[in-house]
Design a binder for this molecule. Structure first.
Ligand SMILES: Cc1cc2nc3c(=O)[nH]c(=O)nc-3n(C[C@H](O)[C@H](O)[C@H](O)COP(=O)(O)O)c2cc1C
Length: 277
């Protein structure tokens, strides 16, 4: 198949051929004042160390702080956080932290804080900085790491569904990962799912609360997809249909009973669903 050449200048890439995982890099300045900034030119660099690295513009406070104190934390961003993460650069320093609503907690081995809302953290000591004009690549040695125990529970597929890492594509477009699949097997390993059909019926406040309920399930890494359909065909009352990851049918039914539409009287049915892709 013939390929066409494209401009190697990354700023012109649509689509981006190198998505980068989004993290929040937290640092402190010499007086201990914390700073948190999103970064996506992020990679593992060496097992030996272990060494991680991120790209940063020279003018950024993150880089100044890292050079001043020699420490940073990579806080792994999960999909439920994306709106707040993209809003961070609108403000700077303490004002950014105040407006973000993120909670900062102490790290175990370094002074920069952990962003509590993130499911995992890599505490790092500066190893090296490689300069490219106004940009730098910052290498750090991981000296401690923490993860939300929920991300360690269940099958590998369920663990990634909870961690749900996010990848910068371009501008305000990102991609997320909610399925870990084994090579040679189409089915995401061990992900037990159930389709929940609710209704038809349910409008007003119950419908609003239903949407918030689904957001909570997604935030908890339990919801794969959700939407509405009209069981009687176009023009008929819509019903809700969503897919939840759960260990057993009873666990899925327990979730469904908490749905505000169901609590308001709508009937629900449950079907075992085998995720193929
Ligand atoms: C999702 C996302 C990813 C970003 N990735 C990077 C990056 O990899 N490198 C970089 O220098 N800036 C990146 N930025 C921009 C910085 O976060 C932004 O310029 C910020 O204001 C820098 O803050 P600081 O001066 O406190 O370090 C990114 C912004 C967003 C929203």
């Amino acid at each position: 198949m013939g390929k066409v050449p494209f401009n190697p200048d990354k700023a012109t890439w649509h689509p981006s051929v190198l998505p980068g995982q989004v993290v929040l890099v937290s640092t402190v300045d010499g007086s201990g004042q914390a700073n948190v900034a999103p970064k996506s030119w992020v990679t593992m660099a060496a097992f030996e160390g272990p060494i991680v690295a991120f790209g940063c513009t020279r003018a950024h406070r993150t880089l100044r702080n890292v050079e001043e104190t020699g420490e940073f934390v990579m806080n792994v961003v999960s999909e439920p956080m994306v709106d707040r993460v993209w809003a961070l650069p609108r403000h700077h320093g303490a004002e950014r932290l105040r407006r973000s609503g993120f909670t900062l907690g102490p790290a175990r081995r370094v002074r920069p804080p952990l962003v509590d809302e993130c499911p995992a953290h890599l505490e790092c000591q500066l190893d090296d900085v490689k300069w490219y004009g106004a940009e730098a690549f910052v290498f750090g040695r991981i000296v401690a790491a923490e993860i939300d125990p929920d991300c360690l529970a269940g099958s590998s597929a369920q663990q990634y569904l909870r961690l749900r890492p996010v990848f910068f594509l371009e501008g305000s477009t990102y991609g997320s990962l909610d399925a870990a699949k084994r090579i040679g097997r189409a089915r995401p390993g061990g992900q037990r799912c159930f389709v929940v059909e609710v209704g038809p019926g349910g409008a007003g406040s119950a419908a609003v609360e239903h949407a918030a309920f689904l957001q909570r399930l997604r935030g908890a890494g339990l919801l794969l997809a959700a939407g509405t359909y009209a069981p009687g065909g176009d023009g008929h009352s819509p019903a809700a249909m969503y897919v939840v990851a759960a260990a057993t049918a009873e666990a899925a039914a327990t979730l469904a009973r908490e749905d505000p539409l169901v609590r308001a009287g709508a009937a629900f049915t449950l079907h075992t669903w085998t995720r193929t892709f």
